[in-house]
Write a protein that binds this ligand. Structure first.
Ligand code: GLN
Ligand code: ZN
Length: 770
């Protein structure tokens, strides 16, 4: 048997988020470039050592980035957008951070939940999600003027670094087609694929340099082979890889995240030395790939889940691998399914984690060990004690009473076909709600959160540490709520909110109160740049033991005669921003969460709350990479929302909120969620997004965000009136609400009050003109 082991990439942020700390102190001007580089070098050395010590055959070089791997490639390929007009004396690293963060770092702002970053001055590169992950990459800007050139000193230096440490190196790159695909065309009508011809010689030169440096294997990532590709892109693969293969370095073409489907035979016949496939996302394709891939090529199988935190069932993995290895004459490479960037660093730090659940998990470091154990077993010298420990953990998880709660299963079984239906259709509900709330035309509201002041954050943190007594904490939060309600009344808003002072994060807050969730202490995953998130882990059946938001909301309502809108996070968003169990379909977990939220909705209604918002900012990002799977996903996702919402009577008004995203291709499904009111982010697209809603004749009420909360700029009343007039041209004015783009938690009170004052004035002008 010739079994080789490797990974596609490792988390670079560091065991204790060293990279984050170093970056942020560098940006504050407290850490020099040299010192930052030293931190990078240290982290790389440590992470390579982990790979070697785990027994992997190669260490992977090229996965490290100070901000983002795509941004690294923008420099590597010499295509920094000319609009930055960098001064010749500016160092490459400082240019890199300017592209990532914009020119005036001091005014850089961001919004915690949406992940958008903005900078005044020269705008940063746009950021968008990396395939279907929660990682954000910086988008290359491509135009007919784009030129490429080889500027690869950093990558080659890292290769040399690893070689000097005695490692066997596999270099990793993003492939030319995926790089172009991820870019954005900055000129109308320009086809970025036309840049390929220019780009290939640069890749060729790069591969040649790597070869000269003695690199035996280069992993070239082309995850777009898992997408529905236009024909031109598919055919470009063949000529591109024919050309790259001329260099004579071994290319391992890496695919992941999605089945190859119609690109499977293409991927197998491309002229390269090896192919990596994702055996977690596309286990059903393993046999065909094994058959199709010519025998002289290396097959690398992603057999350990690189996207989730569960321990691998090694027996099951071996049962998959053994016949494949036999077919390949004993030659096989083993790896995690994709880069380990998407999982936390190591379980070692989780000393406080529930002991039983801890045995069910494997983070990046533990996954290295799993790969090595699989290699041993496959090669005929199994580590019996490691295999036994794994077997025991898997059996324990499968049988645990903490995972399976019979009452949850029974409730799912007993759902009636109408559980996701409101009593009446929207027009009837609208009439009842209008009679009840007597709101003016163009009613004003906000998205939920008000500024999270230092005092609020400090109170929450010291309560969490056990330093602030619960009574004192609650009193302080109630005072914050009273403050927020008072200001909203003074501003003249029509539908108020309690302000979310008690919430650290819109998913964590609910996860902490639901059964079936657990929280790690150090389970950080990079979201973008220095920013990390710590997703909750859903390990078992979800249910709601007690009301979660009722007391705060009722308190807020007791302070005002205006309606207070209760504020919940929706089932799909909770699912999407968590590590989800892999022992049942995502749809089932979504349904369980939906029922828990439904219970909260019912309790809010009983407590007299007449308007309830269920936020679903993540519904769009949950879309599968393959269009063929969209309908199935959208069917269960929208049903989960409706199940959460439909427990109320006609007179209770359900709102939902979604952040900036392309909605036009899923408007029927958004309409099918049947929220009485939807608020969306539109101001940055100058209401463009609303045109789709208009053309589609979206049936229910809409609040298009009239100002961008991501920017500290105070929007003027005339600006917002203009946007509302634009909106009125495409949406019946009687259906329009007036609200900001998103929650206000990242803003200060002064700007918030000024902005909302102008917003209320804009609504009044619209009413007067009607
Ligand atoms: N209700 C949340 C807030 O206002 C919504 C956040 C979001 O959409 N990301 O903060
Ligand atoms: Zn939002």
């Amino acid at each position: 048997m010739r079994i080789h082991t490797h990974i596609l990439g490792f988390p670079r942020i560091g065991a204790a988020r060293e990279l984050k700390l170093a970056l942020e102190s560098h940006w504050r001007g407290e850490l020099s470039e040299t010192a930052l580089e030293a931190t990078g070098r240290q982290l790389r050395a440590r992470h390579w050592a982990l790979q070697r010590d785990a027994g992997l055959d190669y260490v992977t070089v090229g996965d490290f980035a100070f901000y983002d791997q795509v941004a690294n490639h923008i420099q590597l390929l010499g295509c920094e957008p000319p609009r930055f007009s960098f001064a010749p004396e500016q160092s490459p690293l400082s240019r890199y951070f300017t592209m990532a963060r914009g020119a005036e770092t001091g005014t850089h702002t961001e919004h915690a939940d949406c992940g958008h970053a903005h900078a005044a001055g020269t705008a940063a590169l746009e950021m968008t999600k990396w395939f279907d992950t929660n990682y954000h990459y910086l988008v290359p800007e491509l135009s007919p003027q784009t030129r490429f050139s080889l500027a690869c000193e950093r990558l080659l230096a890292e290769v040399a670094e690893a070689q000097a440490l005695g490692h066997q190196v596999k270099a990793a790159l993003i492939g030319p087609l995926t790089f172009l695909w991820l870019g954005k065309e900055k000129t109308h009508g320009f086809d970025r694929l036309s840049l390929l011809e220019q780009l290939l010689p640069v890749y060729g030169a790069l591969l040649d340099r790597l070869k000269q440096q003695g690199v035996a294997w280069v992993q070239v990532d082309e995850p777009i082979l898992g997408l529905d590709l236009p024909t031109a892109w598919r055919s470009a693969f063949e000529s591109a890889y024919w050309q790259l293969n001329q260099v004579g370095v071994n290319i391992l073409l890496a695919t992941y995240f999605s089945p190859l489907e119609e690109n499977l035979s293409l991927a197998c016949r491309l002229p390269m030395a090896g192919l990596h496939v994702d055996g977690i996302r596309a286990p059903h394709e393993l046999v065909s790939v094994t058959d199709w891939l010519p025998a002289h090529k290396v097959l690398s199988i992603g057999i350990v889940d690189g996207r989730n935190i569960w321990r691998t069932d090694l027996d099951a993995a071996l049962a998959v691998l053994q016949p494949l290895a036999a077919k390949r004459n004993g030659q096989l490479w083993l790896a995690p399914s994709c880069s380990l960037l998407h999982v936390p660093f190591s379980l070692e730090a989780e000393t406080k984690l529930d002991g039983e659940i801890r045995t069910w998990l494997a983070f990046a470091t533990e996954k290295l060990a799993e790969i090595a154990i699989l290699k041993g077993a496959l090669a005929g010298h199994p580590d019996d004690s490691a295999l036994a420990a794994s077997r025991q953990a898997i059996a324990g998880r499968r049988a645990s009473a903490r995972v399976h709660r019979p009452q949850v299963a029974q409730r799912l079984q007993a759902l009636t076909p109408t559980v996701d239906r409101r009593d009446s259709s929207f027009p009837l509900r609208q009439a009842v709600q209008r009679a009840r709330f007597q709101l003016p035309d163009f009613p004003t509201t906000t998205i939920g959160s008000f500024p999270q002041t230092t005092a609020i954050r400090a109170a929450r943190a010291s309560y969490k540490r056990g330093e602030l007594a619960i009574a004192d904490y609650e009193q302080q939060m109630r005072a914050e709520i009273a403050h927020a309600v008072g200001r909203q009344e003074a501003l003249g808003l029509d539908v108020l909110v309690h302000g979310e002072a008690e919430r650290n994060d819109m998913v964590e807050y609910f996860g902490e109160q639901l059964d079936g969730f657990i929280f790690t202490r150090h389970g950080w995953v990079q979201s973008y740049g220095s920013r990390c998130v710590k997703p909750p882990v859903i390990y078992g059946d979800v249910q709601r033991p007690a009301a979660m938001t009722v007391a705060w909301t009722v308190h807020a309502q007791s302070l005002t005669h205006k309606p207070v809108k209760g504020m919940l996070t929706g089932p799909v968003t909770i699912l999407q921003w968590s590590f989800v169990r892999d022992d049942q379909p995502r749809a089932t977990t979504a349904l369980q969460i939906a029922l828990a939220i439904r219970d909260e909705v019912a309790d809010l209604e009983t407590a007299g709350i007449g308007i309830i918002q269920i936020d679903e900012p993540a519904i769009r990002e949950g879309l599968p990479l393959r269009r063929g799977q969209w309908d199935t996903y959208l069917a269960w996702a929208t049903r989960a929302f409706r199940i959460a919402a439909s427990v109320v009577s006609d007179a209770t008004q359900i709102h939902t909120h979604m952040c900036y995203a392309e909605f036009n291709d899923i408007l029927p499904q958004i309409a099918a969620m049947d929220a009485d009111v939807i608020t969306i982010e539109t101001s940055r697209s100058d209401m463009e997004l609303l045109t789709g809603f208009g053309q589609f004749q979206y049936p229910n009420e809409i609040g298009p965000g009239v100002y961008d909360i991501h920017s500290p700029r105070i929007p003027s009343t005339p600006d917002m009136v203009a946007l509302l007039q634009k909106a009125s041209a495409v949406i019946p004015p009687a259906h329009l609400w007036v609200n900001p783009d998103c929650g206000l938690k990242t803003r200060g009170w002064v700007e918030t009050e000024a902005a909302l004052k102008n917003m209320v004035a804009a609504a009044r002008q619209m009413r007067a003109a009607a």
